[in-house]
Design a protein around this ligand. Sequence first.
Ligand SMILES: [Fe+2]
Length: 188
Amino acid sequence: MHPVLQQILNAFEHQGAAQYGQEAVTQLQHALQCAQLAKDSGASNQLIVAALLHDIGHILETSPIPTSCEQNLDDKHEAIGYHFLLQHFGAAVADPVRLHVLAKRYLCTKNSAYEAKLSPTSRKSYYDQGGQMSVTEVTEFEREPYCQAALQLRIWDDTAKDPDAMTQSIVDFLPYLESAVERVGGED
Ligand SMILES: [Fe+2]
């Protein structure tokens, strides 16, 4: 197995059972539900991997998830995940992850009903992360090559909080991870 895939499996083994912030699912349940929603939507291999690993910044233990809404929830985990994923999986995986926080701000800015549907924790982090976007921020986000992928990922992220949802296991998603790692390896 590629060493980075073993690192990812180990990280989920150590951190996956932890609660996903204040939500009713674990980190692993949340990641698998997000990946399953991507797969069931017919997303590309790389976007399925982005969905599975979008919170890897928390799971690598370099940025533990805040445990209380009293804390500032803007922990920049998307930047930690981005740098890790860019190195091993390339921009098609890393960029939607980098943009998934901005994508929430974009969706809430464009549609107040989206904000109303957020969980209390996600609404708190929305404000900690900057809240409503300015016109300039909206334009800059729309210019991002992976803006549509990031918006799709965000909607799955906000849906993947169902304690009763059935998903495939992380081992079932290994072929997607292997293919995405090999693709970047072949380009180098
Ligand atoms: Fe998430």
